[in-house]
Write a protein that binds this ligand. Sequence first.
Ligand code: SF4
Length: 315
Amino acid sequence: MGEHRNPRLVVDLPVWAELVGHELHQGVAETPEGPWWFSVRKTVPTSAGTVFSLGERTPVGHRLWAYTNFDCNLACMYCCAESSPKADARRLTPEVAREAFGEFATLGGSEVFLTGGEPFMHPELGELVAAAEGLHRTILTNAMIFGRGRRRELLESLDRDVVPQVSLDSSTATLHDQQRGKGSWSRAIEGIGQARTLGFQVRVAATMFDEDPAGVDALHRRFDQEGIAMESRVIRPVAAEGFADSGVHVSIDNLEPEPTITADGAWWHPVAVTNPHTRIQDTPTPVAELLDVVRDTLAVQDAAARSGREVFRCA
Ligand code: SF4
């Protein structure tokens, strides 16, 4: 139940409720000019309901992304997070991570992807990983800085079911180094080897401006050489976000949602955390509200697609 003063709501709210399948009980207006009182009974998505019946889409609530920090030892030319050695770290604290991951687990969540920035630059990465214990955990890394010292000790201390996902953009150093910095390719290869030697199941992810088949074939041959299983390979295009001045243009309308938290907010997708249009809330928790907004937005998009209508958002 809520009090509303915007007269557009009298028109928009019933349309929205019908699209997402919620029950709207329109209350009384105190005067013809409002305020109006509405109550909405929300539908709960189930495996038989709208949210889970959409084919290959990862069910909302299955996976949560978390930016551990925004600083990085690299400053890749396409970095969607605008990370660099000079970026404000915006570190996720272990307290917030425990609250968010605990809530996510209670809601039935399965896996957490820890990304950055370079997560191994976070001095409390170990605590963040521990905060997600019980969930499948993946850490996205450039694999360049965990070879020695306390970061090596941290890597060694991690449970072996934690998956390091390493960026490797090309089969040889030339393109990767052009995009990510001189010497980064050979250090990534070295890092993949270090993690595998320690017994981790490493995933690799390539970000490519132009997915030419020759480049992709060569990349797969390289991954074969490194002993990376086929199901542990991700090849994706550059998104025109952050530092990227070209690439695929993304928005809430064409991005499959991947709910994402940062120290200071929550977002539709990790690739668009510099885009104010994909910001969902100003705090990382409650996770339940983040997931509700994502589900409702998807329901509107799906209902509009079924009815052949374009979704127009006026607010
Ligand atoms: S793409 Fe990854 S490695 Fe490169 S600057 Fe961004 S966070 Fe760092």
